[in-house]
Design a protein around this ligand. Structure first.
Ligand code: MN
Ligand code: MN
Length: 454
């Protein structure tokens, strides 16, 4: 028995076979991520992968039986993957894992289009917690859906193919940046200046005043059949364009947009695919976490209850009993220690890159406000499962007390009477257009989810 606790480095512990598994898992993740930039993209990617695994659509009126594999897509933006086990669901409950698949980005405003100085722009409204100065001068792609008058529906994805154009938000040149340099970083770039350039070619015979906007509208009408007023019935957003890339000479890390929280969604989904079918398990891809888990696709909605109730009723079980015997991993990221910003962390209680799945007993801010604070009993239960299955994990807090704070979906699941704790992956530069994670850590989270499901 070891008396002292020492944090383990996953790469240091890995033999040749494990190292290959870690790197292979990273390849699968990058492919998933490249097709999953928004919650809509991620839900549909998961649907495709689930179908390949033999999952079929779920219905609230069906009677499930052991061995059934179902997926439920909630309004294109939230998916539930359900695998029914052989254990008595009343006594055994459901093993639930929830990750969110929305990430900070720039949504279009309801009336986004304007022309100025011979260029056409789309106005944006940022979604989630961003540092506004990080979004100008990077290549942006446009993702989402537009409803046409009369029920037509056009999905849009422009800027991801290398032959596609991208979109671009300008910044002041440093030569004239004296005033901007004197502002605090929070104010150096204003929300209302985050307008993306979407065109520059004027129509010859159009409205003199808005010749460029006319030309763009003509193009959009030809390609998608849409008009300016259709943009009022759309969900379109700008996200960083481009694919996930390996980082470093040794390719130990991955840089990409939206690791928070697809880096947890992918392993929890894979764990559901790969588990043996004893326990009833469920992976949830949630929407709206970045703005408070609101709305009918966020985790504060009753939809998760409806799904659990349907499972319970299938076996004539009391849904209350099923819930109270259920367990949940709120799979979300945490901050990785960054020596460049040492002052916001408390070194003994932060998670480190390459040191395995991260556990947060609580998140929140200040004196633990606005968080789930998991019980010692539940944490002890999980620790035994992780260690019995060789999962490398670490425990910490988001950062130094009073440096700031953050939350996850954990408290909303716990509100349902379900034991819940945050388990995830440490991230460098969280919420930046390109974040960084370790292949060793996402692999460790996969092992943790699989151990939880088995
Ligand atoms: Mn998150
Ligand atoms: Mn986040």
């Amino acid at each position: 028995m070891e008396l002292k606790y020492d944090r383990k480095n996953v790469y240091k512990q890995a033999d040749g076979n494990t190292l290959k598994e870690i790197y292979d898992f990273g390849e699968g993740y990058k492919e998933f991520l490249n097709n999953s930039k928004t919650e809509r993209d991620a839900s549909h990617t998961a649907e495709q992968l689930a179908k390949e695994q033999g999952f079929t659509p779920f219905s609230f009126s069906e009677k499930l039986k052991p061995g059934d594999k179902r997926y439920y897509i909630n309004r294109h933006k939230n998916i539930f993957l359900i695998k029914v086990g052989t254990e008595d669901v009343a006594k055994d409950g459901v093993r639930i894992m929830v990750a969110h698949v929305d990430s900070p980005r720039l949504d279009l405003k309801p009336n986004p289009m304007f022309e100025a100085n011979g260029l056409c722009y789309f106005k944006t409204h940022y979604y989630g917690g961003i540092k506004k100065y990080q979004w100008p001068t990077i290549p942006l792609a446009l993702h989402g859906v537009v409803m046409l008058r009369g029920g037509g529906r056009k999905e849009i994805c422009i800027g991801e193919d290398e032959n596609d154009p991208i979109f671009y938000i300008t910044d002041i040149l440093p030569h004239l940046g004296r005033q901007q340099n004197e502002k605090t970083v929070g104010k150096a770039v204003s929300a209302e200046s985050l307008n993306a350039v979407v065109g520059g070619l004027p129509t010859v015979d159009g409205d003199e005043k808005e010749a460029v906007k006319d030309y763009v509208l003509n193009l959009l009408n030809k390609k998608y059949g849409l008009t300016e007023s259709d943009l009022q019935c759309s969900e379109l957003c700008f996200v960083p364009a481009g694919k996930a890339r390996d980082v470093g000479f040794d390719r130990a890390l991955i840089s990409a947009y939206g690791h928070d929280d697809k880096v947890c969604a992918y392993p929890e989904m894979r764990a559901v695919f790969d588990t043996d079918g004893k326990h009833t398990v469920m992976a949830v891809f949630a929407d709206k976490e970045e703005i408070g888990s609101v709305g009918n696709t966020g985790m504060q909605s009753r939809v998760i209850l409806d799904v659990i109730d349907t499972i319970a009723h299938s076996f004539g079980a009391n849904p209350i009993e099923v819930r109270h015997n259920s367990k949940c991993i709120s799979a979300d990221v945490t901050a990785a220690y960054d020596p460049a910003y040492d002052e916001v962390f408390e070194k003994r209680n932060v998670c480190y890159i390459n040191c395995g799945a991260s556990v947060n007993k609580y998140t929140g801010a200040g004196g633990k406000s606005n968080t789930n604070d998991a019980s010692a009993e539940y944490l002890g239960y999980l620790r035994d499962i992780f260690e019995d299955n060789g999962v490398i994990w670490q425990i910490g807090e988001l950062g130094a007390i009073d440096a700031g704070g953050g939350g996850t979906v954990a408290m909303y699941i716990a509100n349902l009477g379900i034991d819940t704790i945050d388990v995830g992956v440490p991230v460098l530069s969280m919420h930046a257009p390109y974040e960084v994670i370790s292949k060793a850590d996402i692999y460790s989270l996969y092992k943790a989810c699989l151990a939880f499901c088995k």
